[in-house]
Design a protein around this ligand. Structure first.
Ligand SMILES: [Zn+2]
Length: 167
């Protein structure tokens, strides 16, 4: 586990400061943390370099509605080039979720690990910007609050009945 809390010291966002989530003049929500995914992938590549690994996997997704520029395919491809030049390596930044929506992502999880994996993700990971674990609309404990669109979307798309729709 790497401590990257230094990012919070240099950014003014709703995820790194105690401010309300809102749209900014740029059109992006103030939950966008400039440089975050670039820093994460750079650190991951540095670890991969040390360990002699080739593939670095990230869960970024261009179909995510927030439009974060560091989740875009062009950004990841450009970063892959920069990392390979800068470390004289042949890393491949893998983005298996890039072109699929959240419902398809849940279906992929079900295909890879069955409902055991789906339920593990639902109950042991968070989507919430406030770090809140709430009760899902399907009634079981799941990581979803009632305030954020991303939490509602995750909740709806991961319920077992919704998974059935995409088979
Ligand atoms: Zn939330």
């Amino acid at each position: 586990m790497l401590d990257l809390s230094v990012l919070g010291e240099i950014s003014e966002t709703a995820l790194t400061r105690d401010v309300e989530i809102a749209a900014t003049e740029s059109g992006l929500p103030n939950t966008f943390v400039p440089g975050r995914n670039i820093i994460f992938l750079t650190f991951a590549a540095a670890v991969a370099y040390r360990r002699g690994l080739k593939h670095v996997v990230t869960g970024v997704c261009e179909t995510d509605f927030s439009g974060y520029p560091d989740c875009r395919d062009d950004t990841v491809k450009a970063l892959q080039v920069a990392l390979n030049l800068g470390m004289e390596s042949r890393f491949v930044l893998e983005t298996p979720l890039m072109w699929i929506d959240k419902a398809q992502t849940w279906t992929l999880a079900e295909e890879l690990g069955g409902m055991a994996l789906v339920n593990l993700i639902r109950t042991s990971t968070l989507t919430c910007y406030d770090g809140e674990v709430g009760t899902s609309t399907s009634g079981d404990e799941a990581a979803a609050c009632a305030r954020h669109a991303s939490c509602a979307r995750r909740d709806i798309d991961s319920s077992p009945s919704e998974l059935q729709r995409f088979r």
